[in-house]
Design a protein around this ligand. Structure first.
Ligand SMILES: *[C@@H]1O[C@H](CO)[C@@H](O)[C@H](O)[C@H]1NC(C)=O
Ligand SMILES: *[C@@H]1O[C@H](CO)[C@@H](O)[C@H](O)[C@H]1NC(C)=O
Ligand SMILES: *[C@@H]1O[C@H](CO)[C@@H](O)[C@H](O)[C@H]1NC(C)=O
Length: 224
């Protein structure tokens, strides 16, 4: 069952056409890279290990939202260079959240492997599309749109994502606002949040302590 899902999932992602005129262009990390990716490693130096990635065999580092994310981008997985495809692993603790973020260069598919995940995105017309996903359900998030995932089940959840770029980019709304060096006065002016709230959130996102507390009751009551 799982291999079938991955097969479909990969085919869908590959439909984002690559412009290569060679079979592959394995990243040469020692040579300069440009806007279309890395230079190609000489085919005589390419081995099967360039096309194999072990980086998703464990979860990533748990973040403040009680989730962890591990990616295979072209920066870690050299065989992806130029192929227009990326994979990622999302692990959710109970109540875990992947906060609103965008991938400026790619659409994304998610497939739920374990647990129950509430997922959604907001269109440029400011319409929200939100659905509860169960085991083996898929959802697509169109390129560039803000989207999120929340574990609304009673146990841990696991999902994989595939994106149509070897390096789709990630911009997380909370981090852009409260972890960047944009000043509090600019944030208050551009969001209408009050300065105390901005300072409090800058403290939460700037610090290393797990200060975020999931309201499990309200998370589980989200019905879509
Ligand atoms: C993950 O892969 C790495 C590299 O091959 C290996 O050293 C490690 O033991 C693997 N971990 C698990 C949990 O399989
Ligand atoms: C994070 O997830 C773990 C594992 O599911 C859970 O035990 C814990 O209560 C969660 N932490 C918070 C702050 O909700
Ligand atoms: C933010 O920090 C970077 C260096 O880390 C600096 O180049 C940039 O000018 C800073 N921006 C502001 C608005 O202070």
């Amino acid at each position: 069952m799982i291999p079938t899902i991955f097969f479909i999932f990969t085919l869908l992602s590959l439909s984002h056409a690559s412009s290569l005129v060679v079979d592959f262009c394995v990243a040469d990390y020692t040579a300069p890279s440009g806007p279309t990716g890395y230079s190609c490693k000489s085919p005589k130096d390419v081995t099967v290990d360039d096309f194999v990635y072990h980086g998703l065999n464990t979860s990533g580092k748990t973040n403040i939202f009680n989730t962890s994310v591990a990616f295979g981008f072209d920066t870690q997985f050299p065989g992806l260079n130029g192929l227009g495809i990326t994979i990622g692993r999302l692990d959710f603790g109970v109540g875990g959240v992947i906060p609103l973020h965008t991938h400026p260069r790619a659409s994304q598919l998610i497939v739920v492997i374990e647990g129950t995940i509430l997922a959604g995105f907001v269109s440029t017309d400011n319409v929200a599309y939100i659905k509860t996903l169960h085991k083996y359900d898929l959802m697509v998030f169109p390129q560039g749109l803000l989207h999120f995932q929340i574990n609304v089940g009673d146990s841990n959840a696991l999902a994989f994502v595939s994106l149509g770029s070897a390096n789709p980019g990630i911009q997380t709304l909370d981090f852009a606002l409260f972890q960047s060096n944009i000043s509090t006065s600019i944030i208050t002016a551009t969001t209408l949040l009050d300065a105390d709230t901005v300072e409090k959130l800058k403290d939460v996102f700037g610090g290393s302590d797990l200060k975020f507390v999931v309201d499990h009751e309200s998370v589980r009551n989200m019905q879509y």
